[in-house]
Design a protein around this ligand. Sequence first.
Ligand code: SF4
Length: 196
Amino acid sequence: MDVSRRGFLKLSGISVAAFASGLGFNPAVAQAKGYTLKLEGCKKIPSICHFCSGGCGMLLYVREGKLIHLEGDPDHPTNEGTLCPKAASLLSVANSTNRVTKPKRRRPGADHWEDISWEEALDIVAKKVKEVREATWKANDEIVNAKTGQKEMFPANRAEGIAFLGSAEVDNEESYLISKFCRLIGTPYNEHQARI
Ligand code: SF4
């Protein structure tokens, strides 16, 4: 049988329609099957979106340490399964080859950054915090006594050289720990980016 290009396309369309209706082909079933196959072997991890303070719930599907899929958590009271475009694009953020996953250091005089271990990075930060805290510690404040008009010294106990700047990426639990840490080292300067 000779079939023209146009005729072939028509025939194909008719065949697909006949297959879909006559043999019970259901696109929704195929879609569900594809979804199941995609997530096969994945561990489902409930999480919270870190982008803004909305705190929407997400379900992360991870296989062999790699994020395969994410979606809104239908049981989460904030978003009930929905996600805004920022969160919906998180898969690309997590799997981006440009993502920095190790601490980096540019040594004095160097013209490049090098990867260092987390232990080394934490040691550097801890030493620096101690050094700055000791150098800028304010034990007392000189205050004029309103009654006597005389200057008097009062205990201050402040680390004046250290400040913490929070971020919209910081969640409730991290904020709690940061405020505890600020009090521990004695700095009153705990600010948030939204107020700058
Ligand atoms: S899903 Fe969107 S609205 Fe919800 S917390 Fe994330 S960024 Fe905010």
